[in-house]
Design a protein around this ligand. Structure first.
Ligand SMILES: [Zn+2]
Ligand SMILES: [Zn+2]
Length: 267
């Protein structure tokens, strides 16, 4: 089951029953869908309710909760650095809802390499790597509307998950954040721009404030958080998260929150 929220006349957020946030961006010639959620309902058919233009799918990263309906689209893009993760996740037969049962996932060899820009017709969406959460995580920049779609690369308002085996260590993530802050400068990103994460409603689940949406300041704080963890000026705190191969820890700095492990944080 899907619901939708209009962001503006040409941009829509689609939310599936697991609160995965997907985005439809319409140009004059075609429509880009960002991420494929993990509903059992056909996502492509749902998108046809809103447009008769060709729809292409771009996947922010290869985790199961972002690829579940990739097979309902004809044209699908993802960074090739996440292909092995995608293959692993499409085979997950987990318990509960985090399972491939009933999903429609495109075989990995039919996925095309992510381009650096999507020309949608009088609307260009630029793609940049923001590695860390996964090796092939990307973000999408819409300079005309001052929107940035970040998947799970920064979390969705209650901390970025960097404790999983496929996540990079704090030191490498710090470098990626520095690189993306330089990219933001090129686009003149400021505090007025809106960031959209891959999971809906998580900005209400932050430990640092009751409402903590993604924003430029949060990215800057995330970089400082990584610096502080490396230097030892910011401490790791205990946190309970189920089913992790390594014990996860939490750390925060101003708006930024991270879940990592002792090993990845260099402790
Ligand atoms: Zn993810
Ligand atoms: Zn996710």
């Amino acid at each position: 089951m899907y619901t939708f929220e209009l962001i503006n006349d040409f941009t829509m957020k689609i939310i599936d029953e697991y609160d995965e946030a997907l985005y439809l961006i319409e140009g004059e010639d075609k429509v880009l869908c960002i991420d494929a959620g993990m509903s059992k309902k056909n996502l492509y058919e749902y998108c046809l309710n809103f447009t008769d233009k060709p729809i292409e799918l771009a996947i922010s990263h290869g985790h199961l909760d972002h690829i579940g309906q990739s097979g309902s689209f004809k044209t699908v893009y993802m960074c090739s650095k996440d292909k092995s993760l995608y293959e692993k996740h499409m085979k997950i037969e987990g318990e509960g809802h985090f399972s491939n049962e009933g999903l429609n996932i495109l075989p990995v060899d039919q996925i095309q390499e992510m381009p650096s820009v999507f020309h949608l017709g009088k609307r260009d969406i630029f793609v940049h790597p923001l590695i860390g959460h996964t090796p092939g995580s990307v973000i999408f920049i819409d300079p005309a509307d001052h929107f940035i779609y970040t998947g799970d690369a920064l979390g969705s308002g209650c901390g970025v998950w960097m404790q999983l085996d496929e996540c990079s260590n704090v030191k490498s993530y710090k470098k990626s954040l520095w690189d993306i802050l330089k990219v933001f400068k090129e686009y003149n990103v400021d505090e007025e721009w809106t960031f959209f994460g891959g999971h809906d409603k998580q900005e209400f689940q932050s430990k640092v404030s009751s409402y903590n949406p993604l924003c430029l300041q949060l990215v800057k704080d995330m970089h400082k958080l990584c610096v502080g963890l490396e230097k030892g000026s910011i401490e790791l705190e205990d946190i309970e998260i189920r089913a992790m191969s390594q014990k996860p820890y939490y750390a925060a700095y101003n708006k930024a929150e991270i879940i990592t492990t002792k090993e990845k944080s260099g402790k």
